[in-house]
Structure formats: C-alpha cells, structure tokens
Design a protein around this ligand. Sequence first.
Ligand SMILES: Cc1cc2nc3c(=O)[nH]c(=O)nc-3n(C[C@H](O)[C@H](O)[C@H](O)COP(=O)(O)OP(=O)(O)OC[C@H]3O[C@@H](n4cnc5c(N)ncnc54)[C@H](O)[C@@H]3O)c2cc1C
Length: 304
Amino acid sequence: MHIQDIFASNPTTFSFEFFPPKTPEAAESLFRTILELEPYLPHFVSVTYGAGGSTRELTHDLVLRLKTQTSLDPIPHLTCVCHKEPEIRSILERYAAEGIGNILALKGDAPRTPGYECGQDDFHHAADLVKFIKRFNESGAHPDRRGFGIGVAGFPEGHPGMPNRLLELDYLKAKVDAGADYIVTQLFFDNHDFYDFRDRCELAGIRVPIIAGIMPVTSLGGLKRMAELSGGTHFPAKLLRALQRCGSDPEMVAAVGVHYASEQCLDLLENEVRGIHFYTLNKSDATRRIFASLGLRNSRAQGT
Ligand SMILES: Cc1cc2nc3c(=O)[nH]c(=O)nc-3n(C[C@H](O)[C@H](O)[C@H](O)COP(=O)(O)OP(=O)(O)OC[C@H]3O[C@@H](n4cnc5c(N)ncnc54)[C@H](O)[C@@H]3O)c2cc1C
C-alpha cells in the first residue's frame, strides 16, 4: 500500500525492521520470527540493504518472500553506495512489477570491501536517489499512478558525519522537497532528542510524518554493537545504571531493555508520535513484550 494511504488511515503506525539473513539456517530462523510477528499486523515491515556484493540480492529475495508468502507489506531499503543509475533503474523496475509500494531511499553505509570509492557512485546523497525515484514515478512505470512512496532517514541526535546541525537540517529538508513522503529516525534512547528533532523539523518547514526508530537493548554485546553502528548515540546514565545492576544475568538485561523501550514507547504515544519503527534484529521476543506492555494486541488495536 502507498505510504500516504497508510498514514491517511492510521493516526499512529507500527512497523518492524529486518535484515536479510546470509545463510539458509538464518533465513529459516528469521521466517519463524516473521510468523510470530505477523499477528501483530504491522502497517509495514522494512528490509535493510547492504550494497556490497551478494547481499544485494538477499534483500530482494526477502522482500519477495514477504510479499508472496505473508500478509505483510514490505518496504525495501535502497542505497546510493556502489550503484550506477541503470542498476537502480532496473531494481526499481523489478520492484514496481512485483507490486512493491514504497522504498526507503538512503545514502548507505560504505562497504568495507577494499577498493570501494564513493566517487564512482552515480548518486552521492540520498536526496539524489529520491529525485531519481521521483522521476521514475513520473515516467508512469509503476502500477500506482503516484509511483513508489518514498521514505528517508533522519537523525534526532545528528548524523555523525555532519557536525553542522543547521546545515544538516537543510539537507534533510532537501530530501523532503525532492519528494520524500516520510522520515524514519535513527534509534535513540532519550525521547527529548526526538521531540527536539521534531520541533526543529517543524521550524525548518519539514511537514512529512516522522516515525521514531526504537531498538530495545537485549544483551550487553548488542549494546556495544549498537554504539558502534549508530555512531554518536547517547546512552543515558539511567539506562546504563539499570543495566549495570543486572550484572551478567542476560535475562535481567533483556528485561531492563524491554522495560526501558516500553517506557519510551508509552511516552511517544502520549506525545502523538506519528509512528514507531522497531529495529527487531530479526528476533520477535522484545517486540512482542513491548506490545504487551503497551496494552496493544496488535498494531490496529489503537484507541480500542
Ligand atoms: C532508518 C535508517 C535505515 C537505514 N538503513 C540502511 C540500510 O538498509 N543500508 C545501509 O547501508 N545503511 C542504512 N542506514 C544507514 C545510513 O545509510 C547511513 O547512516 C548514512 O551515512 C546516512 O544515510 P542518509 O540516507 O541519511 O544519507 P544522506 O541524506 O545522503 O546524508 C549523509 C550525510 O551527508 C550529509 N549531506 C546530505 N546532503 C548533502 C549535500 N548536498 N552536501 C553535503 N553533505 C550532505 C548529511 O548531512 C549526512 O551527514 C540506515 C539509517 C537509518 C536511520
């Protein structure tokens, strides 16, 4: 479904993110997770994209499997890095033919493969990719006359590569002006960062829905990976203190992580968040426990 229609009929959206598994065993484990989360009726699920080498196809495979074997509405991520324009066009053509309604357009993380030079990419910033998808939409190549709905990334605490926070917001606005329909944020642990980002977007004239990205801490190892992957994320002392009290008990760590994320979500819902996007790390447990603590049987049960 086009993201504009999803927003038009839902005051708050709930969505889940998966990454494409690299082995057949991991693929089956992910599909068990997906079947456990399907009854939660997310408004969409998104699938990350690793532009380097064989992982490109894995995103498409998972998106297609979700589309054909489940009731879920998949949104593929697509990146500028490692791509020439004709490749992007053929990816869009294939998704359009398969009835995929939306794309999350990103710059992408540079692959660690030696020899990669971003100067060789045809698109340098996500805004360039948004413009290209918009042109694709206008060519009438998608079965929906509006073409793909387009999402972009936002960084409540700032993008680690851009120290100038005013300029950064101009660049975010450029993505929206180029045709983005919504923003999904990087994970954050302090809701004030999100509310301030939302206010700054409002002041900058960015009027599209902003979906909050939430990643519950499920293990101490996971916490360290989060700190690495989402460079610059602020881990509040309140969260770190509670995690420290757990010692090395993994169940208590997960309980603290789920409780903290549930409190964040409750507060976001009180503050009229337009959507909550769960970074699931391909596991269902934390997301299911958060839904239970929000009193939500599923994503469509809001207001009942
Ligand atoms: C919700 C979400 C999902 C993600 N999914 C993936 C994924 O599936 N695969 C993956 O590889 N990565 C993914 N990422 C990571 C993301 O690709 C990187 O963090 C990337 O560095 C930023 O992406 P962007 O789309 O915001 O880039 P851009 O909007 O292009 O911004 C990148 C940097 O360049 C700056 N900038 C933008 N325009 C200009 C300009 N005209 N001139 C100078 N500087 C400019 C920005 O301020 C920013 O610092 C995701 C991130 C988020 C938040």
